[in-house]
Design a protein. Structure first.
Length: 114
């Protein structure tokens, strides 16, 4: 059964940090590109970071230099380290495969206060 479980969100002050985790089951993340998405209230879901099977990464311009995506193949888990958080980073964060979505998880709420 394919499943994605996100965790690690919370309430932080601007300038703070969080590390999100996405535990995948039912498929192997190391042979798939994986991405972190976010959806703010009233806005469309957007891709903010992705990691390819070869380990290369790319980021939305607004998070470059602040967010880092990584993965632990042994744990079949993808991470998103978020530093220097801004109020505009407030959203529900999800992970999925950019090249063919599987069922979305419940997401994890990130709230950044000013």
């Amino acid at each position: 059964q394919v499943q994605l479980v996100e965790s690690g969100g919370g309430l932080v002050q601007a300038g703070g940090s969080l590390r999100l985790s996405c535990a995948a089951s039912g498929f192997i993340i190391s042979i798939n590109a994986m991405g972190w998405y976010r959806q703010a209230p009233g806005k469309q879901r957007e891709l903010v970071a992705a990691i390819r099977s070869d380990g290369s990464t790319n980021y939305k311009d607004s998070v470059k230099g602040r967010f880092t995506i990584s993965r632990d193949n042994a744990k079949n888990t993808v991470y998103l380290r978020m530093n220097s958080l801004k109020p505009e980073d407030t959203a529900v964060y999800y992970c999925n495969r950019p090249q063919g979505w599987v069922s979305w998880g419940q997401g994890t709420q990130v709230t950044v206060s000013s």
